[in-house]
Design a protein around this ligand. Structure first.
Ligand code: ADP
Length: 269
């Protein structure tokens, strides 16, 4: 398939997971970027009106909670992050709920742990709940259940991988990861101004892995490494992933119209 055909093919996808990173949802000082969240909700509601089924995987709870509690930075200890997350999660859901309701769409909170993804029974329950919500026209909003997350930093911070697992068990056709960067480059563009954007990746080679480097910004947590792992997991299950900038949430409409936005990790060779 040629690149342009592969992009056009994205318009056929109906069930899509959209993962939204902390840096897309918040300002650098940790407060909520309300205008951006409102535009995300507008776009998601509009896609639902077009009979698309959108599942949001949201980050941001720890950062938003920490900021609201007057902390100068994300807590370094796990219990502190869990407490900040519990506060921030309620605030985040309140905002999603208010903005989605403005466009007549309900938001549903889904909190998952890695155990849910690993246990067939729990995974089936999560699958059934999400399918039921989608059938009712509701927007499931997924986050890690930080309060009971046990495995140190991994589970608490890696919503990129969570989003890939959600895409798999919800039988989605596409994963879109919205971040603070245009897509996946051959080097980190923040430190290499000459870095070149990959438009399409069909195979995750050692060269691609090396390009992902370590973890990213101070507010976001995963960097490109977790996004690449997520894309690989999705690819292994025949699901394509687009990594793109969430600066302008309208990009979702352009991606789903076949536009050449971000990096497409294309399933199916
Ligand atoms: P988010 O909060 O959206 O999950 P992160 O800050 O965790 O975002 O990850 C995105 C960051 O990853 C970028 O801002 C960039 O600095 C870094 N990065 C590292 N390697 C790359 C690469 N090869 N291509 C693009 N970005 C990269």
């Amino acid at each position: 398939m040629e690149i342009s055909q592969a992009r056009e093919h994205l318009s056929l996808h109906k069930r899509i997971v959209v993962k939204i990173g902390t840096t897309t949802l918040t300002y650098p000082n940790g407060t909520l970027n309300l205008q951006r969240i409102e535009r995300i909700c507008w776009v998601v509601a509009d896609l639902c009106n077009q009979n698309k089924e959108i599942i949001i995987v949201t980050s941001g709870a720890v950062g938003v909670g920490a900021n609201s509690l007057g902390m100068e930075q994300r807590p370094k200890d796990i219990i502190g992050r869990q407490a900040a997350s519990a506060v921030g999660q309620a605030m985040l859901m309140n905002i999603y709920h208010r903005f989605l309701m403005a466009y007549n769409r309900h938001a549903a909170q889904i909190l998952l742990t890695r155990e849910c993804v690993g246990s067939p029974g729990r995974k089936e329950n999560a699958h059934n709940t999400i399918c039921q919500l989608l059938a009712m026209g509701v927007v499931p909003i997924v986050n890690a259940n930080d309060t009971i997350a046990t495995d140190e930093l991994g589970e608490l911070s890696d919503n990129d991988n969570l989003s890939a697992h959600v895409a798999i068990f919800s039988e989605s056709q596409l994963l879109v990861i919205l971040s603070d960067i245009e897509g996946f480059y051959n080097k980190d563009p923040r430190t290499n101004p000459k870095a070149v954007l990959f438009s399409e990746v069909t195979e995750i080679t050692p060269k691609i892995e090396a390009a992902a480097g370590g973890s990213g910004s101070s507010l976001g947590t995963g960097g490109m490494a977790t996004k690449l792992t997520a894309a690989r997991t999705a690819l292994e299950h025949g699901i394509s992933t687009v990594i793109a900038s969430g600066d302008d949430p309208m990009i979702l409409l352009r991606i789903l119209a076949g536009g050449q936005e971000g990096t497409l990790f294309r399933a199916g060779g």
